[in-house]
Design a protein around this ligand. Sequence first.
Ligand code: NAD
Length: 414
Amino acid sequence: MNEERLNNYENCIRLFERAASRLGLDEEMRLLLKTPFREIRVRVPVRMDDGSTRIFVGYRVQHNGARGPLKGGIRYHPDVDPDEVRALAMLMTWKTALVDIPFGGAKGGIACDPLTMSRGELERLTRKFTSRIDIVLGINRDIPAPDVNTNAQIMAWIMDEYSSRHGYTPGIVTGKPVDLGGSLGREEATGRGVSIVTRLACREFGLDLARATVAIQGFGNVGSYAARFLHQAGARVVAVGDLRGGVYDSRGLDIDRLLVYARQQGSVAGFPGARAISNPEIFRLPCDILIPAALGGVLTKANAGEVEAKMLVEAANAPTSSIGDAIFQDRGVVVVPDILANAGGVTVSYFEWSQNIQQYRWEEARVNEELERILTRAYESVSTLAKEERASLRDAAYMLAVQKVVEAERLRGS
Ligand code: NAD
């Protein structure tokens, strides 16, 4: 098992324990909150295009449902393993509590390399996985969503497979195509949320967003929309990187052209007129705001000291190790934590689920206004507590989130 991934889980536990100590939680409550409610591991046989059958392994971890149905994305990636999924499920519990939407936390994943699989293979994989975890899903039990390498099409297959057993159930999954009951604004929501909290953090910490320079690792759903919205807000996005490489232009990249280029080429690498940069280089570039928006565990003891940015906005889940975090704190780098920075996605997933239950569609303007209101409220409560407690934004966010889950557990009689 990959050390870095294992550390992601240990990091999440460490962050939780720090909040638990500040909140004075006893051992019993700590154990209750740390232990996932349910974990399942399934064998997923898939007929490949060449006629062979491959066995994949999939997971669904339901961390805590005290505050409502379990909610969290499904990831397709070769590094998916039980600890990684456990860590991500726990983060979802804190995230939904922090933005105060009535969900618990879960996560799922399949260890596979979707970039090497055909559309037909991905569809069969998704349908088989859905049938295997069907037993723990439900509109009031557990509602999946997209994550790394999964998208609206994959959500549509999940919805269709589930509906074939239970009757038409659009609310079983969020992040669906709009034509199948997806919410307007959901695809953009995580990136939009990243730009909203970045703007709020800039205002609080005296950075002028309209003059700021930004570097973004990851140009998928989250990174590309974050780039677009920050660019629209006037920020200069000077560097972007993805799995195949990165590009840098100190004058600011032409984001509209880059979005078209990346869609056509499948990567930002080779974007004309910009300097090519390597993947690790993106973290060392001169810029004001650094936004990891790819995988976890990328900012560690090894590179946190080299980061030149004044602010780190964690669009990815768990991008910073606990030692990396301590280095940022020592160096005065403002860290906007993942459970706040990327909560826009699950917030609009909540709107989507509500719309599905009511069979009613919201206008996009309403989605965006409510998203802004919820994230602003969450940001302000984190910032206020951080000042009162002389804590980092991360510790304050964890304290608020953990306390909400504790209250729900106590009220329900745990
Ligand atoms: P995605 O699959 O759409 O995009 C991932 C991007 O990261 C791609 O550009 C890919 O090339 C890049 N990438 C992958 N491995 C890389 C590497 N080793 N080095 C550099 N770049 C690499 O995924 P996404 O949905 O945008 O998710 C990105 C992050 O945001 C993840 O950590 C995810 O958990 C988190 N997140 C996503 C959502 C959501 O709504 N999709 C919500 C909250 C948090």
